[in-house]
Design a protein around this ligand. Structure first.
Ligand SMILES: CC(C)(COP(=O)(O)OP(=O)(O)OC[C@H]1O[C@@H](n2cnc3c(N)ncnc32)[C@H](O)[C@@H]1OP(=O)(O)O)[C@@H](O)C(=O)NCCC(=O)NCCS
Length: 283
């Protein structure tokens, strides 16, 4: 083999070895860039469509704007709404803004409160004209949660009970309406005792099972607190230790537990304790 060729070959081998080295450096750099790109990419690609309806509303978008950004969600809502109305036996109250309050399976409980779909509800003060509606929902509450609700007048039933309900409805009882139906209620009164008139009380807090977990209870409490703000210095309530959902709602709205009422309720052999909770209002 000619010597120059030998030299060429070894020079080529050296160059090739150098190139392999450079190539592996380039390759490892490329890998690092690729990994960094992959990590960066999902954040960079976040668009308005990736946000939930609630998050979009939080940044000030209207329902119409949200539907324009994500028309498929509007179609899904319309489909669900139609299905629910058929399921309830009629389309009589179908409107575009009338969204169902269907629970969406157990997984709904697992997602955070902020991310959970919010219900389209109208909240308004009930009056004696709503007596029948109120009696219905209260009867349901008494039947499904006998440890939580009840009063001497209710035990008596008949006219005494209706008179008590009329008194309540003359005062401050809010109703949450979905598609024209009463989905939830919550009441407030100021202590009648002259020396305790800086204290208000929340009572008859109830949301029908199919409306729960969508912030209806939360909104009712917030509205009652807004009403209480101008009237009292602190708001009290009592809640069963077992009523975790209610306790969560109250805590989220600034209530604190300040005591326990042992065996506040007896039903047969069983007794139930209640927490006393208070929410101080800023004056
Ligand atoms: C307490 C009550 C009014 C809350 O109403 P709501 O509309 O479900 O309230 P919210 O949507 O604000 O949710 C309240 C909490 O309950 C949880 N929850 C309770 N029941 C739920 C259900 N069936 N589905 C999904 N979440 C539920 C929610 O996860 C939420 O907890 P979080 O704060 O950790 O997110 C309602 O559960 C109820 O009527 N309970 C029975 C009566 C009662 O206990 N009344 C209180 C008397 S003091």
């Amino acid at each position: 083999m000619p010597p120059q060729q030998t030299n060429i070959t070894s020079a080529t081998e050296r160059d090739a070895a150098g190139l392999r080295l450079d190539f592996s450096i380039v390759l490892s750099l490329l890998r690092r860039y690729w990994r960094a790109f992959q990590e960066w990419r999902p954040r960079a690609r976040l668009t308005l469509r990736d946000l939930s309806d609630r998050e979009l509303m939080d940044i000030g978008l209207t329902r119409g704007e949200i539907d324009a950004i994500s028309p498929e969600r509007a179609i899904e809502r319309l489909r669900d709404s139609t299905r629910t109305l058929w399921g309830r036996g009629g389309m009589r109250q179908a409107t575009n803004s009338c969204r169902p309050l269907l629970r969406q399976g157990k997984e709904a409980i697992m997602i955070s409160h902020a991310a959970r779909p919010q219900a389209d509800v109208e909240i308004r003060r009930l009056t004696v004209d709503d007596l029948d509606l109120f009696r219905d929902i209260r009867a349901e509450a008494l039947r499904t949660h006998p440890q939580t609700f009840g009063s001497p007048e209710e035990d008596e039933g008949g006219e005494a009970m209706l008179a008590a309900y009329r008194r309540w409805l003359d005062g401050m009882v809010l109703g949450a309406f979905e598609c024209g139906g009463l989905m939830g209620v919550a009441g407030f009164y100021v202590s009648p005792d002259r020396r305790s008139q800086h204290r208000g009380h929340i009572f008859t807090v109830y949301v029908r099972e199919e409306g729960r977990g969508k912030g209806v209870g939360d909104r009712l409490i917030k509205e009652l607190l807004a009403h209480a703000e101008a009237r009292v210095e602190q708001v009290h309530l009592a809640v069963l230790l077992e009523s975790t959902a209610a306790i969560n709602t109250y805590k989220r709205n600034g209530f604190e537990i300040y005591g326990t009422d042992p065996a506040a309720v007896r039903m047969g052999e069983a007794t139930y304790d209640k927490y006393f909770m208070v929410r101080k209002l800023g004056h």
